[in-house]
Write a protein that binds this ligand. Structure first.
Ligand code: GLY
Ligand code: MN
Ligand code: MN
Length: 461
């Protein structure tokens, strides 16, 4: 749990960065989103800006700030119907003490905001309040006659993203707990997966292990790809079975206290990595280990990505899948046929966390760079994923223009022989420290001897 004192400090730092002389800031958490045609709701996720500044995940609440009065939280009071069906909800006094904020009934929000009618109002968090102000206990948005300053909202939101980049000790503790729960799930899969299990069965076992180890939910939709399905970057598990001689890719992360972990392991369905699979795995592992070793304060994440691309291209040449100079292969994005995504991204209150690109830096439209989700110099406290991958993606390999453009630098006959292979990704969560980095997910084995030892347990026990 995060301490009220550190939440106070966080809010004070953000308010100092905003440096507002007048006006008001409104940060709604979001309201429950109905599943159309039913009486159910989608799972609630508080907007990360609200979760960061309030230190709570309360649905239907509004955090407010005004330079004269400071911060306050308006939170819903359970109705009789709520109390009958879902319970009394959180006690406001208790909540206020925990997060270090005055908590007021939501019904008072309308009066609070009306008093700011003649001042610029910035909206952060969930903008659903504009369409659904009544769900926050206020009159119709138009009748509030507010002066919304959109560019002010953008500036303040960017400053919150900047503040969110470096995690404080409370946040890191939550991310360690999420990483530990993830480790339980991945270890279970490494020890128990066997040919004949379906992707869906693996998903269920991995997630059950997360929850038994304390996870509050999964940080994103679990990805399990057996055989050629492993080449689909965000593959949703199906009833396809794991077959001997194939590899399986599991990208799954537990969430704890609102904080994500994001981990991928790829391992053989049988006891051992065989033939080309072993070489391909060794290459991805070497690229990942080199990128982790190079991650430290001051290093540009984009440079780490480009170094990983060069190392991947050199490995593809060594394996006889590509030919030509490494520099030429990377400049032409030939490596991106096999490694099309970025090296990773920021991690925190969401899996692809805010603030991945410095203000003013936009993703390049180059094929080898457009899916790079982080472009900034690393600093102590940042948590990033490092997740190189190598895939045989039929949509790319069968594209006539790519076959033509890369006729001279790809050994198509060797590549085509691997078109059913699928993919390999190895992903860890890396905390940047003063002197280098610490892998929060280091408890999940990834070297070939470690993986093969665990795989033997699936067959010998
Ligand atoms: N699990 C999504 C990602 O690795 O980015
Ligand atoms: Mn990731
Ligand atoms: Mn992932």
């Amino acid at each position: 749990m995060q301490q009220a004192s550190s939440l106070d400090g966080r809010r004070a730092d953000v308010a100092a960065a905003w440096s507002l002389a007048r006006g008001a800031v409104v940060v709604p958490s979001g309201i429950h989103v109905p599943i159309q045609g039913t009486d159910q709701f989608h799972e609630f996720h508080a907007h990360p800006e609200f979760a960061y500044l309030a230190g709570a995940q309360t649905p239907g609440a509004v955090l407010v700030f005004d330079p004269a009065e400071g911060w306050a939280l308006f939170a819903p009071v359970a109705s009789l119907e709520d109390r009958v069906w879902v319970g009394d909800g959180v006690d406001h006094a208790e909540l206020g003490q925990r997060i270090g904020l005055p908590v007021r009934p939501l019904a008072e929000f309308e009066r609070w905001i009306e008093r700011r009618r003649s001042e610029p109002v910035a909206i952060l968090g969930n903008h659903d309040i504009v369409r659904q102000s009544r769900a926050y206990g206020a009159a119709s948005w138009a009748s509030l006659e507010l002066e919304i300053d959109e560019s002010l909202g953008e500036r303040l939101s960017e400053q919150v993203s900047e503040a969110r980049r470096a995690k404080d000790t409370g946040e890191v503790a939550l991310m360690r707990a999420a990483a530990e729960a993830s480790a339980a799930g991945h270890l279970f899969a490494l020890r128990h997966a066997h040919p004949g299990m379906t992707e869906r069965q693996l998903e269920i076992e991995v997630e059950a292990a997360f929850f038994r180890a304390g996870a509050e939910r999964t940080a994103y939709g679990t990805i399990v790809g057996t055989g050629s399905n492993g080449a689909v970057l965000h593959f949703a598990p199906t009833d396809r079975v794991l077959r001997d001689g194939e590899v399986v890719l599991i990208d799954a992360g537990a969430e704890f206290g609102g904080y994500a972990s994001d981990v991928t392991r790829t391992f053989p369905a049988g006891r051992r990595f065989e033939g080309a699979h072993r070489d391909l795995y060794e290459l991805v592992l070497a690229v990942q280990q080199a990128a982790i070793a190079a991650a430290k304060p001051g290093v540009e994440y984009r440079e780490l990505h480009l170094a990983a691309c060069s190392q991947m291209a050199a490995g593809l040449v060594d394996l006889g899948l590509c030919k030509g100079s490494v520099q030429d292969l990377v400049e032409r994005d030939a490596h991106a046929l096999f490694f099309p995504h970025g090296l990773g991204h920021m991690l925190g209150l969401s899996t692809h966390d805010a603030g991945g690109c410095l203000a003013g830096r936009a993703p390049s439209d180059r094929f080898g760079l457009k899916w790079l989700r982080a472009d900034l110099p690393l600093q102590p406290g940042y948590v990033v994923t490092i997740e190189p991958g190598l895939y045989f993606i039929k949509a790319l390999l069968d594209d006539p223009s790519r076959r033509r453009d890369f006729a001279d630098c790809v050994e198509w006959s060797k590549v085509d022989a691997l078109r059913e292979f699928g993919g390999i990704r190895i992903e860890d969560d890396v905390l940047i420290t003063e002197s280098g980095s610490e892998v929060l997910t280091a408890g999940i084995p990834k070297t070939i001897p470690e993986i093969e030892t665990l795989r033997a347990q699936a067959f010998d026990s």
